[in-house]
Ligand binder design. Structure first.
Ligand SMILES: O=C(O)CCC(=O)C(=O)O
Ligand SMILES: [Fe+2]
Length: 187
């Protein structure tokens, strides 16, 4: 499986609800996507699972932790039941990129069998705003897929596929918000 894109994943009113929920309070600053270049930071909201390192293994009970955030838990249930049956949640959080923030090319998992579900949660996006999620081949020699940051779009990809959140243009009027669910096959 490579990169799978699902348009209009939620009903429009559900998208608006989760979008408003994520735009609300609770952001923290300082997340980074490439431990070799941690100078590049962005905003985040942690919901469940490990906070930083895979070996923390706070994956124990990630679903229970998510229950504290009902709209996010409902979203995970919809993804699990509709698209990823047989998978368990390892981690969930949201990223917020204003103009000036940048991702770095990275892997989400260094073992096969892990998947990431990424949801574009901002209410509106324009082609001039940048902020695409770009995927590379495993040698990182070429782009293999690009996901335009279309609102209400869900993207599912293998955790060991290199990818990056590209920066947002200065002309962008929105906070670019992605909601992540990192999963693996249930044991
Ligand atoms: O926001 C994005 O497009 C990518 C985020 C990401 O790769 C991550 O949080 O692991
Ligand atoms: Fe990632």
């Amino acid at each position: 499986m490579s990169v799978r894109v699902i348009e209009n994943f939620l009903a429009p009113e559900s998208h608006e609800q989760i979008s408003a929920y994520l735009r609300g309070p609770g952001w923290a600053y300082g997340a980074y996507s490439d431990s070799n270049a941690p100078g590049i930071r962005y905003w985040y909201k942690h919901f469940a699972g490990m906070v930083r390192r895979a070996d923390e293994d706070a994956s124990q009970g990630a679903e229970q932790q998510l229950a504290a955030f009902p709209p996010i838990a409902a979203m995970w249930a919809a993804i699990r039941d509709g698209i990823l049956p047989g998978h368990e949640l390892i981690r969930s959080y949201a990223n917020g990129y204003p103009y000036g923030a940048d991702g770095g090319v990275h892997l989400d998992a260094d073992v096969p069998g892990h998947l990431t579900a990424l949801y574009f949660a901002h209410p509106r996006w324009e082609p001039n705003w940048g902020g695409e999620t770009v995927f590379f081949d495993r040698e990182q020699k070429d782009v293999v897929a690009t996901a335009y940051a279309r609102p209400n779009r869900l993207v599912i990809f293998p955790g060991d596929l290199p990818h990056v959140a590209r920066g947002v243009s200065r002309s962008c009027e929105e906070l670019r918000i992605t909601l992540m669910f990192k999963v693996r096959e249930a044991s």
